[in-house]
Design a protein around this ligand. Structure first.
Ligand SMILES: [Zn+2]
Length: 183
């Protein structure tokens, strides 16, 4: 990664003078996994796709980012997606439905996020659907997307402490150390 890229990265790192760091570490300023139980803005990233069924346009949710850095400056954001919830949490479908209700999504051209049956996979899973006809937009298809991601809406949500251990793919971001420079 170049210095420029590092500067623009969504995982900012903190630069702290060693003596302040040591003093802070000894006085409880060095914290880990602050996202657990924290309420943060949540950025929802989508991309426009053509519904395979009726060739109409719909937006698919490809990224759900807990913007921790906007609450705790210098602390890394946690980038998740639909499958982080659907695959890792027992009630992932309910969690996402409460965080991103269908009516809100519809106003942004996004289909309801709910469990749908996939004939291709022979099972049902938390999925994107067409905003017009509700047809499942398969997750396999998402690999072809991601080139024109745009932040489409922002909500606020609490990252429940019990989600942390379950979202193994995101442990590097969830269990990050953070030096509390406040006050
Ligand atoms: Zn459709």
């Amino acid at each position: 990664m170049s210095a420029k890229e590092q500067e623009n990265s969504s995982c900012p790192s903190q630069s702290i003078e060693l003596s302040r760091f040591v003093e802070g570490a000894l006085t409880g300023k060095l914290r880990v996994a602050l996202i657990l139980g924290l309420t943060t803005p949540v950025d929802v990233f989508t991309e426009t796709a053509r519904c395979w069924k009726r060739v109409e346009e719909t937006r698919l949710v490809l990224g759900i980012t807990f913007a921790v850095s906007r609450v705790l400056p210098g602390c890394a954001d946690v980038e998740l997606d639909l499958h982080s919830f659907g695959d890792c949490l027992e009630d992932g479908v309910g969690v996402v439905a409460r965080m991103l209700p269908a009516a809100l999504l519809k106003r942004h051209g996004i289909g309801e996020l709910r469990r749908r049956h996939s004939r291709a996979e022979g099972r049902s899973y938390l999925s994107n659907g067409c905003v017009h006809c509700d047809a499942l937009q398969g997750r396999f298809f998402e690999h072809e997307l991601g080139y024109e991601l745009a932040k489409t809406l922002e909500v606020e949500a609490r990252f429940e402490p019990e989600w942390g251990p379950l979202m193994e793919h995101a442990h590097n971001d969830i269990y990050r150390w953070w030096f509390d420079e406040r006050g």
